[in-house]
Design a protein around this ligand. Structure first.
Ligand SMILES: C=C1C[C@]23C[C@@]1(O)CC[C@H]2[C@@]12CC[C@H](O)[C@@](C)(C(=O)O1)[C@H]2[C@@H]3C(=O)O
Ligand code: AKG
Ligand code: FE2
Length: 328
């Protein structure tokens, strides 16, 4: 007989097939940010998968380790203490199991935080520990630097001038940057049954790009062939993983794919991930960049601002196709 750890809660979380060795995505595109071919490699990966791994990014291991160990300490606190840092919605803070406001549930707890310029927004006092905050601020400044370099290389690879054509959307005053720390505790309830609890259900990220770093526990999966196949991304705690978001799909008129991804929980090990979501200012117009349109190329999307898209996105469920309502 299988005894569920806490049936009332686990029962509300959808199940996914447990990943097997054959699902491993060994061919994750790897972009070496220190090499001249990076720009071309980024464009190629964004066209093929909307996803790639970044190595030789220059971020100190100590910066990543410090942020991770402080996050582990935060999540190890008593539930009542963590709840004082919540709720996550609206608009920022600690949350557990509920993702968004529309009924999505996952086997995780998280901190959802606003970023102003290159550090956590002072308007949000969570997390309150000065040591944790300092560690996250150092990490956020570094990962934002990686996002900016990736967007610069992307512009170069796409042949768009100036070099900051894309990155300026993130560095300009008022850009809408979000930082998320996810903790997926082990979920042994379904061990041996061929299924696992969903950590974070399938979705695309609405922003331009997201830059993810996790501890050594795998769980992230991406969809290939328009969702026909799910593959597991081998974890690499020294690398960053970049997702193309919906807004970048629109700016490139569908040339770059906003990648569907999800997280499957591990029955024995906990996963800790940091995700920096690079969004533009609310007023930023999101429409295919004229420089990227071929002669006579059909424009696939109605025009909108990031603010309009974000508002619409927050009314949707996680797995919804949020861009559908903006297609022509
Ligand atoms: C169900 C939801 C959670 C989300 C807002 C939404 O209504 C649809 C988009 C979701 C998402 C996915 C990527 C990021 O984790 C996130 C912060 C974002 O910008 O869009 C989440 C939203 C959230 O958790 O608030
Ligand atoms: O935690 C992860 O590894 C991915 C989570 C994610 O996709 C998200 O927070 O949008
Ligand atoms: Fe995501």
């Amino acid at each position: 007989m299988v005894v569920l750890a806490n049936p009332s809660v686990v029962d509300q979380i959808p199940l996914l097939p447990s990943p097997g060795h054959r699902d491993t995505f060994a061919a994750v595109p790897v972009v070496d940010l220190s090499r001249p071919g990076a720009a071309r490699a980024i464009v190629d990966a964004c066209e093929r998968f909307g996803f790639f791994k970044v190595i030789n990014h220059g971020v100190a291991t100590a910066t990543m380790d410090r942020a991770e160990s402080e996050a582990v300490k935060f999540f190890a606190q008593a539930q009542a203490v963590k709840d004082r840092a919540g709720p996550a919605y609206p608009p920022f803070g600690y949350g557990s199991k509920r993702i968004g406001l529309n009924g999505d549930m996952g086997w995780l707890e998280f901190l959802l935080l606003a970023v102003d310029s290159a550090s956590l927004s002072d308007a949000c006092t969570v997390p309150s520990s000065a040591v944790f905050r300092a560690a996250l601020n150092e990490y956020v400044a570094a990962v934002r630097g990686v996002a900016v370099r990736v967007l610069e290389k992307m512009a170069e690879g796409l042949g768009i001038a100036p070099v900051d054509a894309l990155s300026a959307m993130v560095t300009e005053q008022g850009s809408d940057q979000v930082f998320r720390v996810n903790h997926y505790p082990p979920c042994p309830a379904f061990q041996g049954l061929g299924c696992s609890a969903t950590g974070f259900g399938e979705h695309t990220d609405p922003q331009l790009i997201s830059v993810l770093r996790s501890n050594g526990t795998s769980g992230l999966q991406i969809a290939l062939r328009d969702g026909a196949q799910w593959v597991s991304v081998p974890s690499d705690r020294d690398a960053f993983f970049v997702n193309v978001g919906d807004s970048l799909q629109v700016l490139t008129n569908g040339r770059f794919k906003s990648v569907k991804h999800r997280v499957v929980t591990n029955s024995l090990k906990s996963r800790v991930s940091f995700i920096y979501f690079a969004g533009p200012s609310l007023a930023q117009r999101i429409a295919p960049l004229p420089e990227l349109l071929g002669e006579g190329e059909e424009i696939l999307y109605k025009e909108f601002t990031w603010g309009e898209y974000k508002k619409a996105a927050y009314k949707t469920r996680l797995g919804d196709n949020r861009l559908a309502q903006f297609e022509k």
